[in-house]
Design a protein around this ligand. Structure first.
Ligand code: DQA
Length: 138
């Protein structure tokens, strides 16, 4: 059984309510049920925080033990060298995920501080981006 940690960053607790034209109408908790049902061969553990340091703590906590980390760092993607360093510091591969295609949006979203530290990046497929990231670990 593969152990995969999903980490969602700031404002992603509001999925389903937040800017539905960009992020859709489904809450992450509802989507998670679907994701788990579609992947019986993995244990999917979910964590969300709006606090940068807590995201870093979670990466440290699971990053020497789990088989994969899927990280949607939200807006910290575009600002956080500390997250870049945390990803580099652990052994577990991290896949960066975004729901929206950030390259079609504001120019400040075109830069990622974390991509170079990640194994790969999946973006722009809506919530399905998370399923595609799981596939990459199988
Ligand atoms: C996001 C894109 C980020 O630019 C934004 O700050 C988010 C969500 C996405 O999943 O599309 O909070 O990471």
């Amino acid at each position: 059984m593969k152990k995969i940690q999903i980490i969602n960053g700031p404002n992603l607790n509001l999925l389903g309510k937040r800017e539905p034209t960009v992020y859709g109408n489904t809450s992450f908790e509802n989507y998670l049920e679907e994701l788990r049902a579609g992947c019986p061969q993995c244990e999917i553990i979910y964590y969300q925080s709006n606090v940068e340091g807590e995201l870093i703590n979670k990466i440290h906590e699971v990053g020497f033990e789990y088989d994969g980390i899927i990280l949607n760092a939200g807006a910290y993607t575009h600002t956080s060298i500390a997250l870049h360093d945390a990803i580099k510091a652990v052994e577990t591969p991290v896949v960066e995920v975004h729901i929206s295609n950030v390259h079609t949006r504001e120019s400040f979203r075109h830069i990622s501080m974390i991509s170079a530290a990640c194994k790969g990046v999946i973006l722009g497929f809506g919530l399905d981006s998370y399923r595609l990231a799981i596939e990459s670990f199988l």
